[in-house]
Design a protein around this ligand. Sequence first.
Ligand SMILES: [Zn+2]
Length: 229
Amino acid sequence: MVFEKLDKRLILEGEIEALTALHVGSGKAEFEETVDLPVLKDPKGNPYVPGSSLKGRVRSEAERLARSMGYAVCEAPTVESMCGSKAKGEESLCIICKIFGTAGMKGGVSRASKVKFRDAHLVGGLENLLRRTGIALDRETGTVKPGALYSLEAVPAGSRFSLEIVAENLTDEELGLLKAALRSVEDSALGGQSSRGLGKVRIRVDRARVRTAEFYVGKASEEVVEPWK
Ligand SMILES: [Zn+2]
């Protein structure tokens, strides 16, 4: 694992709003659930979006954008085909691995993510969870599997979740790609069942602050910078 000094930490805060119903689940029902595909819930029983899910979505949008802009990008998430296993050193990592980190096979380069996504917790309460019924299709034949009705839980449109992203030492190029990826998630989807229209979200950054090492040792103030819409 390579560590680097802290030059600049950018703290972004805002909200994720569900514009349609949103299903972020674990993909399996816990034994006490009465629905086949429940949404993930925090210890208080409120639905939430894990930081790892957010990061995964933003990373995959960033990969698509980077490829279409002509960057060479490795094949995540298979460790063998990621930069960490193939790269000769820090500088040869692709832009995606530089931002989001890479795992390396033995003898490779491991690099922590420069961007951390906090779990997005429910803001302002929730009236009720939606429950929908779906039909499971056989992926190979496209036909309905016998007896394949399933129930799905989702949070209703209008639900809001806290957003906090902490990014360290990003170059302007990397920050630009992060912003673009967040916008691209808005125009694609978050969570499951997007083919049924679920998961359209608005990602809003309301506050952006920059903190340096000098800030933490009390020798400088944080800098409030212009957030973006
Ligand atoms: Zn890479």
